[in-house]
Design a protein around this ligand. Structure first.
Ligand SMILES: [Zn+2]
Length: 237
């Protein structure tokens, strides 16, 4: 099993929320996309790990990805260890993606920013021949960081997901245990309507930055190259 694009995230539903529209768009463009979740989200107050597993499978079908696996690193315990990095690096070698999507390397939740950091290091390690890993060395060509969880960061680029937004929401709502809490918990956790509104306003905000209805933000560490300055998108004035 090989993929063109691999999205790596800390918890089941992170990919759907931060880059689900982009994943759908790339699947529609004909690319093979995979998802690697590092934890099963078992410390979350809502929903058991077994339920979230089932939800993750349904969401993967909605996105149209060809691969989704969970590394079962302890939830709320994603740590920058050699063992964790080698586990991820092994998957990168097996799947041989050209592009990897990681969570942005700063933020509120330690699992998110740690995944961004160890994901990057795993991409590097996967290309080293002498490590105790199976298969041929492989290093992804491109790493992009999904930055929606850190809306104060100015994105390097935004993907137009106007056509994919409804299906992105459908994929998010596959995780019903996270968004439809029992009545007594409704004050503690966001309701479906809250999530719908938040996803909509965030996607509108980022879409506005490139002159479209809905968008998803990404950051790259390296500078983008341009060949034709006449065909550059996004209006200046
Ligand atoms: Zn998360």
């Amino acid at each position: 099993m090989e993929v063109d694009i691999l999205a790596i995230a800390a918890h089941p539903d992170d990919v759907e929320i931060t880059c689900g529209g982009t994943v759908i768009k790339m699947v529609e463009a004909g690319y093979r996309v995979g998802i690697l979740d590092l934890t099963a989200g078992e410390t979350g107050t809502r929903g058991s790990a077994a339920l979230r597993k089932k939800e993750a499978r349904r969401a993967a079908q909605t996105l149209g990805v060809v691969y989704r696996e969970n590394l079962h690193i302890p939830d709320a315990g994603v740590e920058n260890t050699r063992a964790n990095k080698l586990k991820i690096a092994q998957k990168i070698r097996n799947l041989r993606p050209r592009t990897v999507i990681l969570p942005y390397w700063q933020g509120r939740h330690p699992d998110h920013y740690t995944t961004g950091r160890i994901g990057y290091e795993a991409c590097f390690l996967a290309g080293l021949a002498k490590l105790p890993l199976k298969g041929k060395p492989h290093r992804p060509f491109k790493i992009i960081y999904a930055s929606q969880y850190v809306p104060t960061v100015r994105p390097t680029f935004v993907v137009d997901i106007t056509e994919q937004f409804d299906r992105k929401l459908k994929a998010i709502f596959c995780f019903a245990s996270q968004f439809s809490p029992p009545k007594e918990m409704q004050n503690l956790f966001p309701s479906r309507a809250d999530i719908h509104a938040r996803m909509g306003s965030e996607a509108r905000h980022f879409g506005h930055m490139i002159g479209v209805r809905y968008g998803e933000p990404f950051v790259t560490r390296e500078t983008a190259a341009v060949d034709d300055i006449v065909k550059m998108p996004v209006k200046s004035v």
